[in-house]
Design a protein around this ligand. Sequence first.
Ligand SMILES: Cc1cc2nc3c(=O)[nH]c(=O)nc-3n(C[C@H](O)[C@H](O)[C@H](O)COP(=O)(O)O)c2cc1C
Length: 330
Amino acid sequence: MMDYTDRHARYLWRLISRHTLLYTEMITSAALLHGDVSRLLAHHPDERPVALQLGGSDPRTMAEAARLGVEFAYDEINVNVGCPSDRVRSGRFGACLMAEPKTVADCVEAIRRAVDVPVTVKTRLGIDHHDSYDFLRQFIATVQAGGGEVFIVHARKAWLQGLSPKENREIPPLDYEQVYRLKKDFPELEISVNGGIRSLNEAMRHLQHVDGVMIGRAVFDNPWMLAEADRKIFGGDSESPERSDVVSIYTEYCRREMEQGVRMTELIRPLMGLAYGLPGARRFRHDLSQQARRPDASPVRIVRAWEALEANITGGGSYKVFETDESGAG
Ligand SMILES: Cc1cc2nc3c(=O)[nH]c(=O)nc-3n(C[C@H](O)[C@H](O)[C@H](O)COP(=O)(O)O)c2cc1C
């Protein structure tokens, strides 16, 4: 998710779940070929497994970009055929490519030749008035002929004219049945469903019909929902982590990142949902943003904000505890 699933967010989420597959924001193949590759593809080895999502429609450029992704140790290359924004459309990639299944197939084929990691496609149910099940089935069949074996389907179509990207994530209705039907018609393919899934219990219900579930906004809003994923979804027997341990490790990560010049305001964004549902969550967010904006911002204040939240919970909600360390030693 653009501006959300950056490397800091992924680092945090990986502390919460070991086995969930994480995705980068979409990066265009052109940006990778002409831009600052090291900055665009930088990630911490502990984030893995991570899929790199590419936007583009030129098979050669996409293959080249995928090669760079694998050089930077990404575990999967995902092709974006779902983004409806104008900017993306004028660059001829994203959801508008549903109207050009052969182009998508050619990209998948070229990428598969170039790299030896899985190549997957994220798509929609349809675009504009191309919204019949037959249209979707034909799209999938064509991309399958180019070697596509794994599809993640955002279970709503995109309106390319007249709706903003935000509206395009809310207005066209969700239709999970079409994704389930795809799995029945293409049992040999790996089909995952995406869109509007807010809990692991919901995810488990979808898993009775499809192979995987992708969750976007709900994880950003409430990253702790991943805490049970390893056990519930992947069948492991590991204990869920403690939130306070996650906060300490992430704070240490922030300290290292800040030494490299990363601003604390950037680093605290993924933490904003960590207290989701707990008493004092609002105050926690407020404390974090206040602290991050200070000229002497220090990552230790993340731990302090967390301790204040915990003290608030054990102290019955009085929330007086957070004190700013004026000495700057924090
Ligand atoms: C702010 C924002 C940015 C997004 N950026 C991307 C993106 O870069 N690539 C992509 O495939 N989908 C992107 N999406 C769409 C999500 O991946 C997902 O398909 C959509 O939000 C529906 O799933 P959800 O209800 O679980 O969030 C974005 C969504 C949001 C809210």
